[in-house]
Design a protein around this ligand. Sequence first.
Ligand SMILES: Cc1cc2nc3c(=O)[nH]c(=O)nc-3n(C[C@H](O)[C@H](O)[C@H](O)COP(=O)(O)OP(=O)(O)OC[C@H]3O[C@@H](n4cnc5c(N)ncnc54)[C@H](O)[C@@H]3O)c2cc1C
Length: 265
Amino acid sequence: MKAPRFAYARPASVAEALALLDKHKDDARVLAGGQSLVPMLNFRVAAPKVLVDINRINALSGIKVTKTYVRIGALVRHVELERSTDVAKHLPLVAAAVPHIAHPAIRNRGTFGGSCALADPAAELPACALALGATFVIAGRKGERRVAAEDFFKGLYATALKPGELLVAAEFPLPGPGDRSAFGELARRHGDYAMVGVAAHGSKKELRAAFFGVGDRPEIVEADSVEGVLSKTASLEARADLHASAATKLHLAKVLAGRVLSQLQ
Ligand SMILES: Cc1cc2nc3c(=O)[nH]c(=O)nc-3n(C[C@H](O)[C@H](O)[C@H](O)COP(=O)(O)OP(=O)(O)OC[C@H]3O[C@@H](n4cnc5c(N)ncnc54)[C@H](O)[C@@H]3O)c2cc1C
């Protein structure tokens, strides 16, 4: 099927984009990589009257390393994360996760911001943001605000973004000395969304494991040891989806967590 008719705008700045979103309110939708939105239009799952294409807004691009964090712009493509030496050096968890996202053609267009704003419960990058304690930078008509990853993912395809707001970037704290990361997922075929996945990060005394594909959003489990994380896995809020029942997901999550976390010991 073809997408329903829509008007198209391509703002050159965040301010222009926000003005368009404010003007058209619920009729408008942000277009980033289009890898999820365009299929949604074609399947008539979404029918916005105006698409606000943010691809020409330079302020949303780029990976920047400061003394305290790595800032990833909303428009950074998955392929840029995959190839970045800064990401490989400072955020090895993200570097390990990205090759599991879909296929090269999708990674060439899909964006970091699009993935986080969409908040698919089985997506890799939201789980990494949670495990690494990232902070999201959000722009609105009244200025910028910051939201911790733990407060950003609200449920199935639901985030803290309010109508008219734009996700600008995320700031990932630089890892401490001795911090380690491990990532793993179970998928029917490489490149499919995960049936279940685990993104883990931390030191021997302070571990954070973000489970994805298990519940309606990525869920964090924190403990002071691998055993502590594993014992808390039983209380994850699993939900059935097309792949498996809630009980199967919980079982797979426990098995996968054992494998992934053993890499941190
Ligand atoms: C066949 C296929 C397989 C895939 N497999 C995976 C997978 O295994 N793992 C995975 O994580 N993803 C997967 N994806 C999704 C892919 O990663 C998408 O790129 C991503 O979900 C959306 O990013 P996008 O830039 O394409 O966003 P778009 O499709 O352009 O937008 C997605 C949504 O986010 C909103 N949005 C986008 N950017 C912003 C912003 N800056 N501020 C506010 N709202 C914004 C849009 O309005 C829209 O609602 C797959 C996609 C396809 C088609």
